[in-house]
Design a protein around this ligand. Structure first.
Ligand SMILES: Cc1cc2nc3c(=O)[nH]c(=O)nc-3n(C[C@H](O)[C@H](O)[C@H](O)COP(=O)(O)OP(=O)(O)OC[C@H]3O[C@@H](n4cnc5c(N)ncnc54)[C@H](O)[C@@H]3O)c2cc1C
Length: 464
């Protein structure tokens, strides 16, 4: 078979690119080795975690309903039912992706894809081997969980994001190694379901890519809520015990602790799915296994593009994978394309309190030589936060003094991952702090806190 475009991998990067290619009239094939379309994000990432998180939130409402004057007799968590709900949501959306392929006349080719060089892609599937001729190829093969040396995932004790999502009960205790987005999200979910959670992070702070004030606030709230957080912690031997697992940890103060738990989650980053892809037959260049691309997602091999988690230096986020797909397909179809500005990518971490951020942190802005002005507004003074009973967190605006340029916005608090949208749009539209101060924010809303934080840059917040 001969195609204008063959895409390998059907995660948010690959399937979105396939839809756009169909819309542009390119004859397109989507190669996927799993039996279902949707990738990490849909099956073992974004969607199932957020479905469980929603249930954890509802569960907390029941546990604390007395504060609202609602008396619930013996609320009971039926965790298998919560897992069933999560699985239904995932299945519905996997069908949705299949529908999109049909609607956009994309051929779904089942099997594992490999580049043979010269525009040929070999697909090995249950029905044997076939070779596709491709004018263009997009590699969208994503990533898998990175393990610590000497550890192998198993469904009983040592988990990755895959095994933890198919547990049928809430563990009594859970050790999490790694406090990036994946680690803290699972910690926040299972803590709310009642597990005793310990988070171990080698670096001096949790969510290390965020602004330092955000890390401090999340750590403060986690500790206050009963999550044990150890930063600067080095994990040594991990051994199976009768009841689960034991980890030997050298703490920041140099002392060694033995921590027991029923289960242990390894969340120390993601490795690229590039092995066995036949890249050695091409000019595609790698950086520690990740694929190097230019601003249009082109690799060093003519006609071969890469998008999403597999790309070197790409923030591993579903919306980035999808937008990189738009750039690659636009380029292939000869349409005007705007390469991605890494400074305008929203980061979202779905903890309690949640995190939403965009642009430079205060430290990055100072390091780049900006004359930094910061405006901060706490959710303590926001009436909607009071109504919700969720006062932790703040909005922090990082601006340049000279023209009021918005350099970054960092939010921790209720629904921060939704609120950040306003800041992303403001930065994309190159609005200044003054523009945002003059933007009317409805009352009572959480996003009023954003308007106040912009005003706080000039010491003009009203409710502070
Ligand atoms: C627990 C967890 C929670 C997350 N939550 C969020 C979130 O809330 N928001 C967010 O933006 N991001 C989140 N992410 C990150 C997000 O899942 C990834 O950034 C996103 O899935 C990357 O998309 P992708 O298209 O690059 O690859 P993937 O989604 O990894 O898809 C790659 C696909 O390629 C297939 N494949 C691989 N090799 C081959 C081959 N040789 N032949 C054929 N098929 C192949 C795989 O089977 C897979 O289906 C989360 C990740 C994890 C692990």
């Amino acid at each position: 078979m001969s195609y204008d475009l063959v895409i390998i991998g059907s995660g948010p990067g690959g399937y979105s690119a396939a839809v756009r290619a169909g819309q542009y009239g390119l004859k397109t094939a989507l190669v996927e080795r799993d039996s279902k379309l949707g990738g990490t994000c849909l099956h073992v990432g974004c969607v199932p975690t957020k479905a469980l998180l929603h249930t954890a939130e509802i569960w907390q409402h029941f546990l604390h309903s007395e504060e609202e004057g609602i008396h619930c007799e013996n609320p009971r968590l039926d965790y298998p039912k919560a897992v069933e709900r999560k699985d239904k949501i995932v299945a519905k959306h996997a069908k949705g992706v299949e529908f999109l392929m049909k609607k956009n006349k994309v051929d779904w080719i089942k099997g594992s894809g490999k580049l043979l060089g010269g525009g040929k892609v070999e697909v090995r599937g249950d029905k044997g081997i076939q070779t596709l001729d491709a004018k263009n190829i997009i590699i969208a093969t994503g990533s898998g969980a990175r393990m610590l040396p000497g550890l192998e995932p198993d469904p009983e004790r040592i988990l990755t994001n895959v095994e933890i999502l198919s547990m049928t009960s809430v563990p009594r205790s859970l050790i999490i190694i790694g406090a990036g987005a994946v680690g803290v999200e699972f910690g926040s979910i299972f803590h709310r379901f009642g597990a005793k959670v310990t988070i171990l992070e080698m670096l001096p702070r949790i969510v290390p890519v965020e602004d330092e004030d955000i890390s401090k606030e999340l750590e403060r709230v986690f500790r206050k809520s009963g999550i044990r957080v150890e930063t600067g912690a080095k994990v040594g031997e991990v051994a199976a015990t009768e009841g689960g697992v034991k980890a030997s940890v050298t703490l920041a103060n140099g002392k060694t602790d033995q921590i027991d738990a029923e289960k242990l989650l390894v969340a120390v980053g993601r490795k690229p799915n590039t092995e066995g892809m036949g890249l050695e037959q091409t000019r595609v260049e790698l950086d520690r296994g990740f694929i190097k691309v230019n601003a249009f997602q082109q690799t060093a091999e003519p006609g071969v593009y890469a998008i999403g988690d597999v790309v070197a230096g790409t923030p591993q986020l579903a919306h980035v994978a999808a937008m990189e797909g738009m750039v690659a397909v636009g380029n292939i179809a000869g349409k005007p394309v705007k390469p991605i500005d890494k400074n305008r990518i929203p980061g979202a971490t779905y903890t309690e309190p949640g995190i939403g951020s965009v642009g430079l942190t205060e430290a990055q802005a100072r390091a780049q030589g900006h004359r930094v002005k910061v405006g901060k507004f706490s959710f303590l003074a926001n009436s909607k936060a009071s109504i919700l009973g969720r006062h932790d967190g703040f909005v922090k605006v990082v601006a340049d003094e000279k023209y009021g340029e918005i350099l970054g916005v960092h939010i921790i608090g209720p629904h921060a991952y939704e609120l950040i949208g306003e800041a992303v749009a403001a930065m994309e539209a190159e609005a200044t702090v003054e523009t945002m101060m003059a933007t009317i924010h409805a009352h009572p809303t959480l996003y009023e806190a954003i308007g106040e934080a912009f005003s706080a840059v000039y010491g003009l917040a009203i409710n502070a």
